[in-house]
Design a protein around this ligand. Structure first.
Ligand code: ZN
Ligand code: ZN
Length: 355
């Protein structure tokens, strides 16, 4: 395959993406070239695009210090068709639809050997370090990073690459848990709603969704939350505990800012697990004795691994995963889509579709 492709690239941090032309990559060895048809838009795309993360206490983590050079195409919820495969990639049917695992590791370390690419110290993630789904074609290093979505709606299946595996990973961290034991999910955006689906897939019964928007909470109820709490009330911690019938054993915070983290500390039961997912930024003070006396476990959740992508796709194909609400937009309207997401005007997931 020769020629050039369209790339909606970040050319300058925080500036509108520009459509540039780049050569279509040529797959070598085990590599597989995917022609992008669907790409979900994620809050972390917005943080990356701004060029820095808020580490709390006035400190920032700059993306450019992490080996990222511009221009690069973001977009890590990638789904597309096999366009071409390298000579050592085995049988790769051209035109077949595949979900792409984006959180690529170095491929050489012990983490990568165990398929824990998301925890590799030398990540080469698609949509961050290398071109992702905002480019017309994406180069995948090995076929094991591709998963067949079967008959699933491709606009839903593309979201498995980030929101699907991140929520599966986060939910696995609080499991096993009695199905009646309340689980509190903070944030009812794309990930919060995906977590409700995931918990239902695993037969969990009591799910409390917390958000500051009534429209988001309405979506959470529709998705299957058993109770919702608006966090803009005078005492949201008390409202959550009322809904849960007391302090809670499991909290997954998809927002994860100083305010939500402080609130979480006041609702944890003895032996609780507190999973942190969101990258909105901030810091929190933790009583060390309090950690011991309560027997608290805090877990940071960094996306998910390729095994989890296969598991999410299996749940989806077997119709065990209620589909996440998605809003489709043309792939060429990526800047408008980012504006909508940044303004908090998106229910569920925004997915760019390339015809
Ligand atoms: Zn993401
Ligand atoms: Zn590695």
């Amino acid at each position: 395959m020769t020629g050039t492709m369209d790339v909606w690239a970040t050319v300058e941090w925080g500036k509108p993406l520009e459509k540039i032309q780049q050569p279509i990559p040529e797959p070598k060895g085990k590599e597989v070239l995917i022609k992008v048809t669907h790409c979900g838009l994620c809050h972390s795309d917005l943080h990356f695009w701004e060029g820095h993360y808020d580490l709390g206490g006035g400190k920032k983590l700059y993306v450019k210090d992490r080996g990222v050079t511009l221009p690069v195409a973001m977009g890590h919820e990638i789904l597309g068709d096999i366009a071409k495969a390298g000579p050592e990639a085995g049988e790769q049917p051209v035109g077949a639809r595949r979900i792409v695992y984006p959180w690529l590791g170095c491929g050489n370390c012990r983490r990568c050997a165990q398929e824990e690419d998301n925890l590799c110290a030398a990540q080469k993630s698609l949509g961050i370090v290398q071109n992702g789904g905002f480019a017309e074609y994406v180069l995948v290093p090995e076929p094991r990073y591709l998963v067949d979505p079967g008959e699933l709606d491709p606009a839903v299946a593309c979201t498995f690459g980030c929101s699907g595996i991140t929520t599966l990973n986060a939910v696995s961290k609080v499991m096993p848990l009695d199905p009646e034991e309340p689980i509190v999910l903070i944030g009812a955006g794309g990930l919060g709603l995906a977590a409700i689906s995931m918990l239902q897939a695993y037969g969990h019964k009591t799910i409390i969704s917390v958000d500051l928007g009534d429209d988001k909470l309405e979506a959470a109820k529709k998705a299957g939350a058993t109770a919702v709490v608006n966090s803009t009330t005078a005492d949201p911690a008390k409202d959550i505990m009322t809904a849960a019938g007391g302090p809670v054993l499991a909290v997954i915070d998809f927002v994860n800012i100083s305010k939500t983290a402080t609130m979480v500390q006041s609702i944890l039961a003895k032996g609780a697990k507190w999973v942190q997912v969101g990258v909105m930024g901030g810091q929190v003070e933790i009583s060390l004795v309090g950690m011991i006396l309560k027997g608290t476990t805090i877990l940071g959740n960094l996306t998910g691994d390729p095994k989890q992508l296969r598991e999410v796709a299996r749940l989806g194909r077997e119709k065990k995963l209620p589909p996440l609400p998605v809003t489709k937009m043309p792939w060429d309207e990526v800047n408008q889509a980012m504006d909508l997401l940044g303004a908090g005007k998106v229910t569920g997931r925004l997915v760019l579709v390339k015809e």
